[in-house]
Design a protein around this ligand. Structure first.
Ligand SMILES: [Zn+2]
Length: 113
């Protein structure tokens, strides 16, 4: 219990990350300048040094975009005037509903007992 936490803390406190450093290119295997950025490329072959992290980041952004498009009240470019109004009104109701829910939760939370 305490041992695990202490161990993790001491490992990370001993690591010093310099702002600019060197990283071995995952593509060509040569050492290249790395500014600890996800967008840095290898100076020898031009490959992304954090290709895996980049792919993960892109997948995450794509998922957020998809979720937003799936959201019922997001106005789409293909919507006609009536649909736009309906979505806006629906959105107001939805926000009100969420606000009331959080208010009830807050009241229940602050109630004694
Ligand atoms: Zn390279």
């Amino acid at each position: 219990m305490w041992g695990e936490h202490e161990g993790k803390g001491s490992i990370f406190s001993n690591v010093q990350l310099p702002m600019a450093s060197q990283k071995k290119c995952p593509s060509c295997g040569q050492w290249t300048v790395w500014n600890v950025s996800i967008d840095d490329t290898c100076e020898h072959c031009g490959a992304y040094l954090m290709a895996r992290e980049r792919a993960y980041e892109e997948a995450r952004t794509e998922r957020i975009k998809r979720d937003k498009e799936k959201f019922l009240f997001t106005i789409k470019p293909t919507d006609n005037a009536l649909q736009r109004v309906a979505r806006r009104v629906g959105y107001v109701f939805y926000v009100t509903y969420v606000a009331i829910l959080s208010l009830i939760t807050a009241i229940l939370f602050w109630l004694p007992g």
